[in-house]
Design a protein around this ligand. Structure first.
Ligand code: ATP
Length: 235
């Protein structure tokens, strides 16, 4: 469904992604793990069109998206939930959901169906509809960031460090949310510092080291890999 082929990405003259390739099949959860600064966020931003690769290609459902603007990529169904949520503290929960729908992909669930689906999945967001985002707890803000992304009617959701700063109980809830989204048919590309969590959720994983893929395997195989255990699981 999503195919990244041999992309090179630079910030100015500094190359940070050196020919990276990855694939995400429809209905899968794929994770991209790696240490700080390896280039995970840069990869997601390149897929979502905020950065342009200097070479290589990115296609979604067989169509090149790497020359498209970010809003066109969203309208094609590829949506990134950014690291740190990036909410507007003075806007209400309801306003964020409306905003998420502005560039929505056509087809799939209607606006009303998406609202109902989100309220079913995150009842607290319905209760807090009129509340400003800045007054929500960290866990609620993460739910809102995901819900805003879902309002764009994605087919492929990219999550960047969703567990960052969450209390353990909220991390468990996040894990359930990602599972149920996937069970509902959502394709997911997950970037996550908690490598154990990421590899539990994913069927396939890529390990990124300084801008290149070092390992690519079934998630179960990676969980048992001694290199992954020492470098990322602290075992
Ligand atoms: P983290 O989990 O810490 O965010 P990451 O794997 O997502 O790490 P990136 O944020 O993609 O890594 O960063 C990859 C490299 O690019 C790093 O060396 C970083 O310093 C550099 N970098 C990131 N953003 C910029 C930028 N806007 N300008 C210049 N260099 C950048």
């Amino acid at each position: 469904m999503l195919e990244v082929s041999d992309i090179v990405v630079r910030y100015g003259r500094r190359e940070v992604i050196h020919g990276l390739s990855l694939k995400v099949a429809e209905g899968d959860v794929v994770t991209l793990v790696g240490s700080n600064g390896a280039g995970k966020t840069t990869t997601l931003k390149t897929i979502s069109g905020m950065l342009k690769p200097v070479s290589g290609s990115i296609s979604f459902d067989g169509e090149r998206i790497d020359k498209m603007d970010p809003h066109e990529i969203i309208a094609h169904g590829v949506v990134q939930i950014p690291e740190g949520r990036l909410l507007f503290p003075d806007m209400t929960v309801g306003e964020h959901l409306e905003l998420g729908a502005v560039r929505a992909r056509s087809g799939g669930r209607s606006y009303g169906e998406r609202i109902d689906w989100i309220h079913e999945m995150f009842p607290i967001l319905l209760e807090r509809k009129e509340q400003k985002a800045g007054t929500l707890s960290g866990g609620q803000q993460q739910m809102l960031a995901i819900a805003r992304g879902l309002m764009a009617n994605p087919r492929c959701l990219m999550l960047d460090e969703p567990s960052l700063g969450l209390a353990p109980i909220m991390v468990d809830q996040l894990e359930d949310t990602i599972k149920s989204l996937n069970e509902a048919g959502m394709t997911i590309l997950l970037v996550e510092q908690r490598v154990d969590l990421a590899l539990r959720l994913a069927s396939r994983g890529y390990v990124l080291e300084t801008g290149s893929i070092a390992l690519e395997e079934d998630a179960k195989v990676l969980l048992a890999d001694p290199r992954v255990k020492t470098a990322y699981l602290g075992i």
